[in-house]
Design a protein around this ligand. Structure first.
Ligand SMILES: [Zn+2]
Length: 423
């Protein structure tokens, strides 16, 4: 069973932004633009408070896949949206380690999911219903690209991202009242993180000194958290489109990144190490060329597997072994979750998985139907919509498939048909 560490440290912010005038209206979803874990945020926030710099911003929550930091009581306001209404009336949730190149998309989605479980817990607590008025994005309150990475991953529009977040919060709320209850009901141990949470320092150990000012690599606005004159390690670099800078550098200390710095703001870089950052680890943006929705296509299936079952697939139209394995994994997770099948989630089709398969038929609705649709889509069948509803279109496709495979043509997806579909 998965374990989540809850770090309740209401004393860190300690009501610094004042008390909320009433019950919160909802939650604001953030990506932190950072590389720190919730544990690392503890010291960072305490330092920010001691320096009298909390006004630069903080959220009540900092969350990744294994830890939830609550830095203040949820009955207090927080300075997280650069907007009075947002700060006073909405809870704020930072999904941590959202910088590209720090962790993989797969791991980032695990971080998002834990954040959304916490949001679901708070919505239960405050009697809120997840909808477009209650589930909000930072970018709805002020000019920012936050939540940048979730935006790129889940549809690249306010509506698409909000639909995605609302669907997930709704699902988590149906599973339990607390994060622990939800995880227990999900019935699978949290998938183990495969990408270590660290950045690889440049092999030649380059350092940079922050110059007169530091500006955000995208927006050009000043970033106060860099200390001017301070020397940092260069952890990564990436090309940027900016009139004065060809590159941005991810800088920090050791393996803990502070943030990105534009080339134009670097002072003393050349004297520090010659300025060759060509060896820097390139940051990886997810490949979302093509489909960014769960449409009826192989790319749509792969997007679905990534979002709901941690498929870790690139988004393309390949129905090869990686997709097949991810499909079996998803089926195993779903059978564990719905029927307590107790299967090892390994993506390998075997007799235990076959025996655990239940019969799914016309009229069904949910993830098992969705997985049947997915398997058929990957085999080239038109299922008339990738929506989890077992209607006439899917019934027809199943019967066609059964006919081709020499199975009994009854439209019932039981153990035999499941084997033909997933093996
Ligand atoms: Zn934000």
């Amino acid at each position: 069973m998965s374990i989540v560490t809850k770090i309740n440290r209401d004393d860190i912010i300690n009501g610094k932004a004042g008390k909320r005038p009433g019950k919160p209206k909802g939650g604001v979803f953030h990506n932190d633009y950072g590389a720190m874990t919730p544990q690392q945020y503890v010291a960072w926030l305490i330092a920010r408070r001691k320096e009298g710099r909390l006004g630069l911003g903080f959220a009540p929550y900092y969350i990744n896949s294994s830890a939830i930091l609550r830095a203040d009581n949820t009955g207090n306001k927080a300075w997280h949206t650069a907007n009075n209404e947002g700060n006073a009336w909405y809870l704020g949730y930072e999904v941590t380690q959202s910088f590209y190149g720090i962790i993989s998309d797969k791991e980032f989605i695990l971080n998002e999911d834990m954040t959304l479980r916490q949001m679901a817990e708070d919505f239960h607590f405050y009697g809120l219903k997840p909808n477009k008025e209650t589930v909000r994005l930072h970018s709805e309150f002020s000019a920012t690209s936050c939540p940048h990475r979730s935006w790129d991953l889940h549809g690249k529009s306010t509506n698409a991202l909000k639909d995605y977040l609302i669907t997930k919060v709704t699902r988590y709320m149906s599973l339990g009242k607390t994060v622990e209850e939800m995880l227990k009901k999900e019935g699978v141990s949290a998938p183990t993180v495969t990408v270590p949470n660290k950045v690889t320092p440049q092999p030649d150990g380059k350092t940079v000194k922050v110059g007169k000012q530091a500006t955000h690599w995208e927006t050009g606005s000043a970033i106060p958290k860099f200390v001017i004159g301070q020397v940092y390690d260069v952890l990564a670099s990436k090309p940027v489109n900016n009139p004065k800078s060809k590159k941005a550098y991810l800088i920090g200390k050791g393996k803990v990144a502070t943030g990105w710095l534009l080339e134009q703001d670097v002072d003393g870089f050349k004297t520090a190490g010659g300025g060759n950052t060509n060896k820097a680890t390139p940051t990886t943006k997810p490949s979302v060329t093509g489909t960014t929705t769960e449409s009826q296509s192989i790319a749509g299936v792969r997007m679905f597997l990534n979002r709901w079952f941690y498929g870790g697939l690139t988004i393309d139209n390949s129905a090869g072994p990686a997709t097949r394995k991810a499909l079996v994994k998803a089926l195993q997770m779903e059978l564990n979750s719905q029927f307590k099948a107790g299967l090892i989630v390994d993506g390998l089709w075997g007799v235990k998985t076959k025996n655990a398969c239940v019969t799914v038929r016309k009229g069904a609705n949910g993830n098992l139907t969705r997985l049947i649709q997915a398997a058929l889509i990957c085999k080239g069948y038109d299922v008339k919509g990738f929506d989890g509803k077992f209607g006439d279109g899917l019934d027809k496709a199943v019967k066609n498939f059964q006919g081709t495979k020499g199975l009994k043509v009854d439209g019932l997806v039981g153990q035999g048909t499941s084997e033909a579909l997933f093996k």
